[in-house]
Design a protein around this ligand. Structure first.
Ligand SMILES: Cc1cc2nc3c(=O)[nH]c(=O)nc-3n(C[C@H](O)[C@H](O)[C@H](O)COP(=O)(O)O)c2cc1C
Length: 396
């Protein structure tokens, strides 16, 4: 990706703060980022932060004598391989859809002859308004590509579609756009499990675990970015479904198994979910009452082993990848698990490292019959990207 350049137009929405992380990801991948910050955008992020992360000057004014002398707005609009608008506010979309050129951002969008990718972000009512629907359709007809918006809780307190796609998803979309149409997993079906499972003790109590789902969601997103048709079977998490991924919500291990079986046949299965090993032998239909006597111990029975079942299924995916979260003897346990479950790869992660479970970083080792490959500690999004690329290479 060296020497690829993007022009990043940052509009005036709360989600502008996420663009700082996007800029960091892009620079780390050696993509040059030239930012245009609208006046409204500068109410949400400072030019200094953007400039420091982009390692470039921030352009804001159409009528700037110095900017225009250094790099005119027409030249600016052609100076990149791709123009990215994030957050694409309702206002910026309206201007671009109607050919307005009233500030530097909209003038650049009208003057560019480069592909344009927008990441919309706005309140759900704004997104669903007939005017935005028309503008969205017009922009798509004009050849503009979109990533997101996602559905989820918004800064304004409402819920619905309109949340800007996560930086990792925008990054993937940018990389795909810069890389042309190379989507090595196009035509392949992938099943990803993520999050915890929940096993009911009674209608109000449950057995669960600390899995956040972040790693599994990132893998689903990365596989989709490489062109796979992804079904994400997810236990309860606080995360929004990644763009372009079909999410199936489940609670218990048995529900997760049923959803996985329904998602077959698939070419790839990546089992990231932290499935409860056991469940209460009896889920009481009525709330257990507290009384003076010591409660009966809760008898547990074993849950189905989803990874082992997928590995042995008659419709076994060509590549089955499991995750092993361990707190000690990580690699030895992972090797044993590989054999026991009959899967192809195990991604072993050491959850004893603070900030792994529920955090944004992961230190993993990829264990296969061929040996162990240790990856340095990195963002979960990067683990996901690397793993998706390895999967694509394996299936090539
Ligand atoms: C606190 C606050 C948050 C806002 N968030 C958004 C938003 O997420 N999406 C949006 O389309 N407009 C949002 N707006 C309105 C835009 O900032 C406004 O329409 C502005 O003119 C857009 O400028 P732009 O074209 O430079 O993006 C917000 C306004 C305020 C005051």
């Amino acid at each position: 990706m060296a020497e690829k350049r993007i022009l990043l137009i940052v509009g005036g929405g709360i989600a502008a703060y996420k663009v700082l992380e996007l800029t960091r990801l892009l620079r780390k991948a050696a993509v040059a980022v030239r930012p245009i910050l609208t006046r409204a955008g500068a109410e949400f992020v400072t030019p200094l932060s953007l400039s420091a992360l982009a390692e470039d000057k921030v352009y804001s004014e159409l009528f700037s004598l110095t900017d225009e002398a250094e790099m005119g707005h027409i030249e600016l609009s052609r100076s990149a391989d791709l123009v990215v608008v994030a957050p694409a506010t309702a206002d910026l979309m309206a201007k671009a859809a109607n050919g307005l050129a009233s500030d530097l951002a909209s003038t650049t969008l009208l003057a560019t002859d480069k592909p344009v990718l927008m990441a919309p972000a706005m309140n759900v009512r704004m997104w669903e308004h007939a005017a935005t629907r028309r503008n969205f359709a017009a922009l798509k007809a004009d050849g503009v590509s979109f990533v997101g918006p996602d559905e989820g809780a918004m800064a304004c307190g409402e819920y619905g579609p309109g949340r800007m796609a996560e930086p990792a998803a925008i990054f993937e979309a940018i990389m795909a756009a810069l890389g042309g149409t190379a989507r090595p997993l196009a035509g392949k079906r992938a099943l990803v499990t993520a999050g915890p499972t929940v096993e009911a003790i009674d209608p109000v109590r449950m057995l669960t675990n600390r899995s956040s789902g972040k790693q599994g969601y990132a893998i689903a997103s990365s596989l989709a970015a490489l062109g796979a048709e992804v079904t994400l079977v997810s236990g309860p998490t606080a995360l929004a479904a990644p763009a372009g991924v079909t999410r199936v919500d489940v609670e218990s291990a048995r529900e997760m198994l049923a959803a996985c079986e329904a998602a077959l046949p698939a070419d790839i299965a990546v089992c990231v979910a932290a499935v409860a090993d056991w469940r209460p032998a009896e889920a009481n239909g009525r709330k257990l009452k507290k009384n003076a006597e010591t409660p009966e111990p809760i008898a547990l029975v074993e849950n189905p082993d989803i990874l082992a079942m997928l590995s042995k299924d008659a419709r076994r995916p060509r590549l089955v990848v499991g995750f092993a979260a361990e707190t000690h003897d990580v690699e030895a346990h992972a090797k044993a698990k590989l054999v026991r479950k009959g899967c192809d790869w195990i991604v072993a992660n050491d959850v004893s490292i603070e900030g792994t479970m529920g955090g944004d970083q992961n230190a993993v080792a990829l264990v296969s019959a061929g040996g162990i490959e240790r990856w340095e500690r990195m963002a979960k999004g990067e683990v996901a990207r690397r793993l998706a690329e390895r999967i694509a290479a394996e299936l090539a």
